[in-house]
Design a protein around this ligand. Structure first.
Ligand code: CTP
Ligand code: MG
Length: 230
């Protein structure tokens, strides 16, 4: 049976977060963001292995003192997120049919239920897919003076999240062939002419990108700690 592997790219600089410490190490309710992210996968029995991909210059991982039999650390981060993921794929020794879930280090709000839902929805799919949420707000296109040039129809538009889940062989082929730097795995798969499945995610699976996102993630996870997590 195909196994489920996880790759967590964590070799970015977090420039939009503008913090001294790389954002995945910032504290979130007293624990580093990365430890929240890792736990969801490490504690899921369906996941075979979790590969955390750091930049070769990473100076902060060791101090986190996080170990787990299912966790492997790869120091092969690249110039872009896509390069980081491809570098990891190139050194993994897994079956071409095995599933690979790529998940951002800075998305600590993924729940066990949402992860299970994604695995259930995709495990028998021919192409693979990703968590995403339908766009809810009205969309405006800006002109170069930051004024509204027009209103864009939002029908059929989704915001991509992670995990993004594809079979090892096809994902490696897609990222190897992708000339530019696709900002997610699905984009590389789409370029092969394939149509990844959109699996409805949740707002709580937000990516911490800007400083204000940290407070929002803290508020969400604090509610979980009070025991009302569904
Ligand atoms: N990432 C990576 N290698 C890169 C760039 C990004 O592994 N060369 C990872 C980040 O560490 C993060 C994920 O890809 O876990 C999503 O990227 P993003 O949120 O954009 O993080 P950064 O690139 O670090 O942030 P920024 O774009 O603000 O600089
Ligand atoms: Mg980035």
């Amino acid at each position: 049976m195909a196994k489920f592997h996880v790759i967590i790219p964590a070799a970015g600089s977090g420039s939009r977060m503008a913090s001294v410490l790389p954002k995945q190490y910032l504290p979130l309710l007293g624990r580093p963001i990365i430890s929240w992210t890792l736990d969801t996968f490490l504690l899921c029995e369906r996941i075979a292995k979790v590969h955390l991909v750091l930049s070769a210059e990473d100076a902060d991982w060791q101090a986190q003192n996080i170990q787990h039999p299912k966790l492997s650390i790869l120091n092969c981060g690249g110039e872009t997120r896509a390069a980081t993921v491809l570098n990891a794929l190139n050194i993994l020794n897994v079956d071409v049919e095995d599933w690979v879930l790529v998940h951002d280090a800075a998305r600590p709000g993924l729940t066990h239920a949402l992860l299970d839902f994604l695995l259930d929805e995709i495990q028998d799919d021919q192409v693979g897919g990703l968590l995403a949420i339908p766009v809810a707000d009205t969309l405006k296109r800006a002109n170069n003076e930051q004024r509204v040039a027009c209103t864009e129809p939002r029908e059929g538009l989704w915001q991509a999240q992670t995990p993004q889940m594809f079979r090892y062989g096809i994902l490696k082929e897609a990222l190897t062939k992708s000339g530019g730097a696709p900002t997610d795995e699905a984009q590389a798969i789409e370029a092969l002419g394939l149509r990844p499945k959109l699996v409805t995610g949740q707002l709580r699976n937000l990516k911490i990108t800007f400083p204000q996102d940290l407070a929002l993630a803290e508020a969400i996870l604090a509610v979980d700690q009070q025991g009302v997590r569904k």
